[in-house]
Design a protein around this ligand. Structure first.
Ligand code: PHE
Length: 415
């Protein structure tokens, strides 16, 4: 049995250790990490949005419906991100409309597919604002793309909530931009502690997607915490999303002989990397962040990703009663489909937006922005959500393990 396969006793010990770690009160780094947050910025290509051509949005003028814009990738390499998000939002809209809608009108979603491309993101979000005149915007999942959309929304004065973009820079775009998930200084810290305490790794190799702000940021935050606690980064290798050949990077990692491998990328690339790594004889445990969170990780990665770990936003197996109830509703609405974390956080983001519009009592976008900013202890299915002064959320995270082709719940880590 390869060394990365933990037996039952080991995984029980791991669960206990993870829980001890919860009890030890794992603290989120203070919001003053803003200078460290500034480094992983704009490394992806095409981040320059021509916001000058956006202009302020017209006052909201739809009399018949409350039109909300949504942008995401329904097609392209990480299409599972956009489709899961769409499904979570669709359930929130259905429930809100059954309960009477908003401001006496039904909610309608105008959904734009950006094909997972940053430049298409800019034009799709411009279309939502200039042509459709949406009241507010929901999206995206990938931080690099959320940053593009955020620049358009901010210039136009249209509130935007990203459900799941975790890179700190996204909400730094401006005061109209919010998120409903934790940020990567927290996620990176937990990944580092997990590697040290649970995987018992002192020597870690990292393979970063340099075309992805999320990946670059997560590497940075992981490294800081891991090294601070005496860990060593023995290899730091790079790739760009969609690369197919990782031979030379994996070769360097093999030579460095790490005890574990950190892959802060998206599920598609992670699956390809994991397969090539196993073929190259690297049998160390691999782990990553929420970018792993799609069933396609297993469909594409197969045996190569079994027993690996990742952090994410929620799990329907966490025993949380709100998540359980959401799961049941989601399955009923989407014909038996199981909700992933992305759908759950998207559902929360939509409900927070609806509550803010209700509270604003009208369609003045600045008032809606202020109402979102004032969100306090919103009882989301992914936890209580309070938007802080940086328009971010301090929130619990879950650790999952890929086990027998499924995602097995390991632990919840409170901030
Ligand atoms: N957090 C990732 C990012 O910011 C996106 C993501 C969230 C991917 C949740 C999968 C699941 O880029």
């Amino acid at each position: 049995m390869p060394s990365f396969l933990l037996d039952k006793r080991a995984s029980r010990a791991l669960l206990c250790a993870a829980l001890a770690f919860v009890l030890s009160g794992c603290k989120e780094p203070p919001a003053s990490t803003s200078d460290s947050n500034a480094s992983p910025t704009g490394t992806e290509s095409g981040t320059q949005t021509d916001a000058s051509t956006v202009g302020k949005a017209k006052p909201y003028d739809r009399k018949d419906v409350i039109l909300i814009g949504e942008y995401g990738d329904l097609t392209g390499d990480t299409a599972a991100f956009g489709t899961s998000t769409r499904d979570g939002i669709a359930l929130a809209v259905d429930e809100a409309n059954k309960a009477g809608g908003l401001l006496g009108k039904k909610i309608q979603i105008q959904l734009e597919d950006n094909n997972g491309k940053p430049d298409e993101t800019t034009s799709r979000v411009k279309k939502l604002i200039n042509q459709d005149n949406v009241l507010a915007v929901l999206g995206e999942v990938a931080s690099s793309r959320s940053k593009m959309g955020a620049q358009v929304c901010q210039a136009a004065g249209v509130p935007m909530i990203t459900p799941t973009s975790t890179n700190p820079n996204v909400t730094q775009v401006g005061d109209y931009i919010f998120r409903t998930c934790f940020i990567d200084p927290f996620q990176g810290t937990i990944c580092a502690r997990f590697a040290a305490q649970n995987l018992k790794a002192k020597r870690v190799a990292i393979l970063t997607d340099t075309a992805n702000a999320y990946s670059v940021g997560l590497t940075d935050f992981f490294k800081k915490e891991f090294v601070k606690n005496g860990g060593q980064i023995v290899a730091e290798e790079n790739y760009k999303a969609k690369d197919q050949q990782f031979g030379s990077q994996l070769n360097n990692i093999k030579t460095a002989n790490p005890e574990a491998i950190f892959l802060p990328g998206y599920y598609q690339d992670v699956a390809t990397i994991a397969k090539q790594a196993r073929d190259a004889g690297l049998d160390q445990p691999m782990f990553g962040g929420d970018g792993w969170d799609d069933p396609d990780l297993v469909a594409l990665g197969g045996d190569a990703v079994q027993n690996c770990y990742f952090t994410t936003h929620a799990s329907e197996d966490s025993g949380d009663p709100r998540m359980k109830q959401f799961s049941a509703k989601f399955r009923a609405f989407h014909k038996g489909k199981s909700p992933g974390a992305l759908a759950a956080v998207a559902y929360d983001a939509a409900n927070i937006l609806f509550a803010a519009i209700k509270k604003a009592g009208g369609t003045d976008r600045a008032k809606i922005r202020d109402a979102i900013a004032a969100t306090t202890k919103f009882p989301g299915v992914t936890g209580d959500i309070t938007i802080n002064k940086d328009r971010n959320v301090v929130k619990q995270l879950v650790i999952l393990q890929v086990k027998d082709d499924k995602f097995k719940y390991v632990a919840t880590i409170k901030p």
